[in-house]
Design a protein around this ligand. Structure first.
Ligand code: ADP
Length: 768
């Protein structure tokens, strides 16, 4: 189908897309148009990875905007929000305004009301509904990206309930749900009263198969020799083979070497595999690539001062990389970009990469098809859907003639098993996880508090509109869980019941708006009630928020239990609430895991270096940031609860929050609050007797320059942010006596890449 034949979309669109190399629609896109996606019809598009789902969404949203409407694009991960925004910003030159909602959970971000297209995560949309954002009821078109994630135990229920609420608010809402190929897309379409495009079409051929012995075995029955040298691992042999150019009969390069994406089951394995494969990729780099990779490695080193950073940079210099949730966002984006630019030849990733960012490659190796699963108590096989999603990353349209995705077998039996289990298999059906109690706790309270249900009957009626209700054959389960949850919410003073009538209490409204799991709120309230407001320690507060279900806890490593138990007894008086007995095995263990998390936060707020923390707790820099970010949010919520209940500990909570936010001790709070002054710079300035924001404003510029290790641009921007009258550093000489002793002198940056605010020293993680 030609783009000019598509009705409803803005006139400028065909030319714009032609400029992007899109001349006509892919078959599934054409089918979506035929089913009315540009005429306001709801649609579920279940299409393989990289087959152009985004354009289907864009057609729907732009048609809606062209008709004077407003569209919302729901992404599953925050990292994807910025990626999508960047894509949609191309429409701004035609007057389409794009906004991304990244603010705190409690805000309602009124300014988004001005935008035509809004990008947000499902959690954010849920919280906007709870906070009564006025523009929500003006939405005409909602896109749900990766809608198969309704199956996800943790995040699925939020997406499901959010879609149900948006449809309830506006019954005429157009819902465009984008899904990977799944077994039961028709059920999703039924649930959403939507048309269905269910297609296996791909823009580039994908061969799936298994490597066994000395050959790749493919699903079309063909084999291709792929020799593994003695002592070589099959993964290395495949990466090496992929890198080699292929020649035609006349000796010309018929096909240039390509890149490989390797999926493994743990962070440690990703790092180890990248380290090993680096020796394979290193042999295939030319001089130009080596120079460019060095630059990428430098960029990675500047992201954070940790072993992870160092290891990643070392691998990248040799053309390989790892990618997992323990990496900082700056690490991940640098790796993705270098992989897309074909500089990095091989990325070893955990499955987190499979869902999300656009990183196609010639070959994909699913090296580990089992992974540790706590709920299964051991190793469990990956789902077919997950493996197919990983495999779908193979083949770059326009660049590769085809993509190949393989699993690895060690024995003939395993070859057959892997073909049956994954290559031939259909993805499993997607099932709602809403009836799980933690999800229901949160969503029942929110549903009552934001006015969707004023009685038990109305609540059940609302729940009837969820995917869960449409899928369950166990009658009465939803009702039973809802009643249990209502009992819990009532007992904790979050809702009041009067016969069939239901209403949220003031506290219940606050908890819902704060986006807390009601169980977290109850734990925090109990802890704060128990506290002596004049004597609350930061550790006590960090422990309190770390033991709520909203904080993902750190696992205890072997041998840690004793040390932590010792610390627990030594600091017993600081904890809010009673410590469980050592004989209550599971509870005590949880309590200690929370203590480990709390201690990490305390170290961070005590200015312990990031690399010490990563070593001490066996985590990556991305984990520290994740914990800090969650703690900041939970402490902010605790502050609101303390204020609402008049508990007297408000100031202590606020201070503990600020310390964790900036990663500094108390005396640096004022300074660290100046934009561009992170924890390290604040300490350096303090050591030079610049102790407050006011001091900084009046400071002798040569002292500031000395304390900031001669970095002129940094010094200027910091002074400007502090409100200094004349921030210019022109002609200023650094006061050498103010230069921190521990750090090497830095050459003055004359446009040599020194950034005005370099992330190295930043302790605020606004982009999470
Ligand atoms: P998905 O979201 O399905 O994984 P994307 O929407 O990211 O896939 O599309 C993959 C790539 O295909 C993008 O680079 C996109 O620009 C390109 N593409 C999409 N539709 C077309 C088309 N009709 N013609 C040519 N290229 C297209």
């Amino acid at each position: 189908m030609e783009l000019s034949e598509v009705d409803g979309v803005p006139e400028w669109l065909p030319d714009h897309l032609a400029g992007e190399g899109i001349e006509s629609l892919y078959p599934p896109q054409a089918e979506a148009v035929e089913k009315g996606v540009t005429r306001g019809e709801s649609l579920v598009a279940s299409v393989p990875t990289a087959s152009g789902k985004t354009l289907v969404a864009e057609l729907a949203m732009l048609a809606s905007v062209a008709a004077g409407g407003k569209a919302l694009y729901i992404v599953p991960l925050r990292a994807l929000a910025s990626e999508k925004r960047a894509e949609f910003e191309a429409f701004e030159e035609y007057g389409v305004e794009v906004g991304v909602s990244t603010g705190n959970y409690e805000s309602n971000e009124r300014w988004l009301g001005e935008k035509d297209i809004i990008v947000a995560t499902s959690e954010k949309v849920d919280s906007l509904v709870r906070n009564g954002a006025s523009w929500i009821d003006r939405l005409d078109c909602v896109v749900a990206d990766e809608v198969h994630l309704v199956d996800d135990r943790n995040r699925g229920p939020t997406l499901e309930v959010t879609l149900a609420k948006l449809r309830r608010i506006n019954p005429d809402l157009q819902v465009v749900a984008l899904s990977a190929t799944i077994g039961n897309a028709d059920e999703l379409a039924d649930w959403l009263d939507a048309g269905l495009v269910d297609s296996d079409w791909r823009p580039i051929e994908l061969r799936k198969g298994v490597h066994y012995g000395q050959a790749l075995h493919f699903d079309d029955g063909t084999q291709r020799e792929l020799r593994v040298k003695s002592g070589e691992k099959p993964t290395a042999a495949i990466v090496r083979d992929t890198l080699q150019d292929e020649y035609d009969e006349e000796g010309n390069v018929a096909e240039e070497g390509g890149s490989t994406l390797v999926f493994v089951n743990s962070r440690r394995n990703a790092e180890a595999a990248a380290r090993r494969l680096a020796s394979t990729t290193a042999e295939h780099l030319d001089a130009e690539e080596i120079t460019q990779l060095r630059e990428v490695a430098e960029e990675i080193r500047s992201v954070s001062d940790t072993e992870t950073s160092e290891d990643l940079a070392d691998a990248v210099e040799q053309g390989a990389a790892f990618h997992h949730a323990g990496c900082a966002p700056g690490h991940r984006s640098a790796v993705e970009e270098a992989f897309r630019d074909r500089l990095v030849k091989c990325v070893c990733a955990t499955p987190t990469l499979a869902a999300g960012v656009n990183t196609p490659s010639r070959r994909v190796i699913v090296r580990d098809w089992r992974r540790y699963d706590g709920s299964a108590g051991g190793m469990a096989p990956l789902s077919v859907l997950e493996v197919h999603q990983m495999m779908g990353r193979a083949g770059r349209p326009g660049m590769d003639p085809y993509g190949e995705a393989v699993l690895l077998a060690n024995a003939h039996d395993e070859l057959d098993e892997l073909f049956d289990r994954y290559v031939w298999a259909q993805p499993e059906p997607v099932r709602s996880k809403l009836a799980a109690e933690p999800a229901m706790r949160t969503h029942v309270l929110a549903t009552v508090a934001s006015g969707f249900a004023a009685s038990r009957g109305a609540l059940l009626e609302f729940l009837e509109q969820t995917l869960y209700a449409s899928q369950t054959d166990e009658s009465g389960r939803l009702e039973r869980v809802a009643d249990d949850v209502l009992g819990y919410l009532e007992a904790n003073g979050f809702v009041e019941r009067d016969g069939d009538g239901l209403q949220a209490t003031g506290l219940g409204h606050t908890v819902s708006r704060l986006y807390l799991d009601p169980m977290s709120a109850a734990e925090i309230i109990d802890g704060l009630r128990d506290a002596d407001p004049t004597d609350v320690s930061a550790l006590g507060l960090y422990h309190l928020v770390s033991r709520t279900p909203d904080m993902y806890q750190l696992y205890l490593r072997s041998g840690e239990r004793e040390d932590l138990a010792m610390m627990a007894y030594e600091r017993e008086s600081e904890f809010l609430g009673a410590m469980p007995s050592e004989f209550e095995d599971e509870r005590f263990e949880d309590w200690l895991s929370a203590l480990k998390t709390a201690k990490l936060l305390e170290d961070w707020a005590d200015e312990v270096d990031e690399d010490r923390i990563t070593e001490r707790y066996g985590v990556g820099p991305g984990d520290i940031r994740g914990k800090v970010d969650t703690a900041e949010w939970l402490l902010g919520a605790a502050e609101s609860l303390a204020a609402e209940l008049d508990l007297g500990s408000v100031t202590a909570v606020r201070e503990a929050k600020k310390r964790v936010q900036y990663g500094v001790r108390e005396e640096l709070l004022d300074l660290a609050g100046v934009r561009g002054v992170g924890r390290k710079r604040a300490r350096r300035l303090y050591a030079a007797d610049i102790e407050t924001r006011a001091d900084l404003r009046e400071a002798d510029k040569s002292v500031v320059l000395g304390a900031l290790r001669g970095r002129r641009k940094t010094a200027e921007s910091v002074l400007e942010n502090a409100g200094h009258q004349h921030p210019s550093m022109e002609g200023v000489d650094a006061d050498e006596s103010a230069r921190p002793a521990e750090a090497p002198a830095v050459e003055d940056g004359e446009g040599d890449g020194e950034r005005a605010i370099d992330e190295e020293d930043q302790a605020t993680f606004g982009d999470f």
